[in-house]
Write a protein that binds this ligand. Structure first.
Ligand code: HGY
Ligand code: MN
Ligand code: MN
Length: 403
């Protein structure tokens, strides 16, 4: 895809076949499963090739160090996992750009005044265990370790079991003070996931904020029964309840300014054409410009759903799976980096990121690379090679400005 004479961004070509999903389109790369393991091995090999020393932390995040690991480090990177059927850039662009920027600095003979590392965070999308930014949440203590250990994937495997199989000690999952205390500044480069940079007519922007957002599991329970023998009047069909609920989700979000709410995943139990379901699980993703507004939106959704449920004979249970408050990136850091780039614009985003989790504990910043399709979490996600190169060179300039 990059096909650049100087080899910059060749890493994207090197991993272009890993985790391709023929059924969904795009890529499915989920924590510690085949493609994710292949990408981790690729990262270790590539980082080692440019002279970095790679370590895996207690939570499965990878850190590639330039020289001795140490305090006040400047860390850059992103993630390699994807949503189901995701694009090629969400995550990998930040990792490949970080490796290229550091390789270029090293190659130029630059001597950093602070330790430098390239990081790969585990399970950023939460596609296997349901909690987004799981690796950075564990690292920073933003998720309770016992709760994390008991998260289960779609096959009933717990995070503790999966971590053990991946060679980690599940008892040591959780806040890692030694690892987080070394980070003096984190910079994540990321493909833009909406139309922000198309509208700004700029190849790059520095992040100003991330919408508050969270995930909720909605379980609708009814009576499983026979599709032919059960009259319409007799039914307690949770599929009907879920259908009302999905409409209520959209109506509530439309009524709340600048809010977004999505049901992108459904599980129907038992899931037979001639079977009235006994249970339907719907996952809600809700986002809004403030914590209060996001909480109010979810409360409004619940009221609307409960009203719509009356008459269906079904019950509803709501469980919060994850919560991320509004993130405002350190404005001084953002403005200094924007100035180092010669006046790059600042831009807010609706997408969550590990940089948003780290921002609670350490100065963190993000740079976005234009996505001409404006589409993400989909195979249509894209970035022009020239914009990707501008991203790497911006990252290199940002690193120079703080090293
Ligand atoms: O869901 C999100 O916002 C993401 O892209 N991790
Ligand atoms: Mn994503
Ligand atoms: Mn991402």
């Amino acid at each position: 895809m990059s096909r650049l004479a100087h080899g910059m961004l060749a890493g994207l070509d090197e991993i272009a076949e890993v985790g391709r999903d023929a059924a969904r389109g795009g890529y499915s790369r989920h924590l510690w499963q085949g493609p994710d393991l292949e990408l981790r091995a690729w990262f270790i090999e590539r980082a080692t090739r440019i002279g970095l020393d790679v370590e895996t932390d207690r939570n499965g995040n990878l850190w590639a160090w330039w020289g001795e690991p140490g305090e006040n480090a400047v860390v850059t990177g992103s993630h390699l996992d994807s949503v189901p059927g995701g694009g090629a850039y969400d995550g990998p662009l930040g990792v490949v750009s970080a490796l290229d920027a550091v390789a270029s600095l090293k190659g130029s003979g630059f001597q950093p005044s602070r330790p430098v590392a390239v990081v790969v965070f585990a399970e950023e999308e939460g596609s296997r265990f349901g909690v987004a930014c799981l690796g950075s949440r564990l690292l920073t203590g933003a998720i309770d370790a016992d709760r994390a250990r008991s998260l289960v994937d779609r096959d009933g495997v717990t995070l503790a079991e999966a971590a053990g199989l991946a060679g980690l000690d599940p008892r040591r999952l959780g806040i890692d003070r030694a690892a987080i205390d070394r980070v003096g500044l984190f910079i994540e480069l990321h493909v833009e996931q909406g139309r922000g940079l198309i509208d700004l007519q700029s190849p790059l922007a520095i992040a100003s904020s991330i919408l508050a957002h969270g995930r909720w599991r909605l379980t609708f329970a009814g009576q499983g029964n026979h599709a032919g023998a059960t009259t319409m009047a007799e039914r307690r069909d949770p599929m009907v309840a879920a259908a009302h609920a999905i409409l209520a989700v959209t109506e509530a979000a439309v009524a709340s300014p600048d809010s977004r709410a999505t049901v992108g995943r459904l599980e129907v139990v038992p899931g037979g054409t001639n079977v009235i379901a006994s249970r339907v699980i719907a996952w809600l993703d809700a986002r809004a410009p403030s914590d209060r507004q996001t909480r109010d939106l979810v409360a409004d959704i619940e009221v609307r759903i409960r009203l719509a449920l009356a008459g269906t004979g079904c019950s509803l249970q709501i469980t919060e799976e994850s919560w991320s408050g509004l993130v405002t990136f350190d404005p001084t850091v953002a403005e200094n980096l924007a100035t180092a780039l010669g006046g790059t614009p600042l831009m807010a985003t609706g997408a969550g990121h590990d940089a948003g989790v780290l921002a609670a504990l350490v100065p963190s910043a993000m740079v976005f690379v234009r996505n001409p399709t404006g589409v993400s979490h989909s195979p249509e996600e894209f970035a022009e090679a020239a914009d990707c190169v501008a991203g790497v060179s911006a990252l290199e300039r940002m690193l120079r400005s703080v090293l």
